[in-house]
Design a binder for this molecule. Structure first.
Ligand SMILES: C[S@@+](CC[C@H](N)C(=O)[O-])C[C@H]1O[C@@H](n2cnc3c(N)ncnc32)[C@H](O)[C@@H]1O
Length: 256
């Protein structure tokens, strides 16, 4: 499938890269890179490296020339390639200004191939079943043929895979089992500690960072608890703070 060539205005490009928190350590891939402006701006203004892919050979040649003129040819690459066949595993930031159907086809690849914590920013169109982490409106300096006076940009942060059952042992509360339900970045945590009510009221997942707050029962008293840590493929680890006590390290592993 092919989307037409329409450029993202420069002020929107800058906002997209800023919304993704682009910096020197990032590798940015623009899927359907047109004249190369997003990848070039990522290198020139944000110090990143990047790759642009486009089906149109002439636009790829133009992008290489534009990158050379902008002095960022060494930090950028442009290839004639289908966005749907592009390896996204290396990208810490992916930018997209393509038609909705293509964006929706790319969604499973984003979730499966990109690392947790990597960011995706789209211009105008969005992934329909995955709620964005942020939405911004950008006023345009000049009226845009497709977007009018204002463009909307969307950000998603690839969530770690937290779904499933986890187990831990803590001196204060004994054996702890966690069952995590996950829908993209939205999670619910159900806890079960050795005969003690372990209740998580609010849980958040942002990339690999996981936090929750709730209460637990200890020595007949219901106490506030807070957890802050990270989700790795094989473990969740961080600090659990129970009211009135020093934080303790919690390390949970997947229930086989
Ligand atoms: C709307 S333009 C966006 C250009 C640039 N990313 C920007 O924001 O200024 C879409 C570009 O995607 C290219 N394109 C369309 N379908 C594609 C596909 N399946 N794979 C790679 N490029 C594609 C088109 O040739 C066009 O240059």
């Amino acid at each position: 499938m092919r989307a037409p060539f329409v450029t993202t205005p420069d002020e929107v490009v800058a906002e997209m890269l800023a919304l993704a928190g682009t910096g020197r350590d990032d590798y940015v891939i623009d899927l359907g890179s047109g004249d190369g402006r997003i990848v070039i701006a990522a290198a020139q203004r944000f110090g990143a490296r990047g790759l642009g892919v486009d089906l149109d050979e002439k636009l790829v040649a133009l992008s290489r020339e534009n990158a050379r003129r902008a002095g960022v040819a060494e930090r950028t690459e442009f290839r004639v390639q289908d966005a749907l066949r592009t390896d996204l595993s290396r990208a810490s930031v992916v930018t997209i200004y393509l038609l909705p159907q293509l964006i929706n086809e790319l969604q499973p690849r984003v979730l499966d191939d990109m690392q947790p914590g990597a960011r995706v920013v789209t211009h105008a169109f969005y992934m329909q079943s995955w709620k964005p982490d942020a939405v911004r409106k950008v006023r345009l300096a000049q009226r845009h043929a497709s977007q009018g006076d204002e463009s909307t940009i969307y950000l998603w942060i690839v969530p770690a895979k937290a779904r499933g059952e986890w187990q831990a042992r803590l001196p204060a509360i004994g054996d702890l089992k966690l069952r995590i339900h996950q829908n993209f970045q939205e999670i619910e945590v159900e806890g079960q500690a050795d005969a003690r009510g372990f209740l998580v009221e609010k849980a958040e997942l942002r990339g690999t960072a996981i936090n929750w707050s709730g209460t637990l029962e200890l020595a007949g008293r219901r106490l506030e608890q807070r957890f802050s840590g990270s989700v790795r493929p094989d473990r969740i680890e961080g600090e659990l703070t129970i009211a009135g006590q020093d934080p303790v390290r919690l390390m949970a592993t997947r229930v086989p």
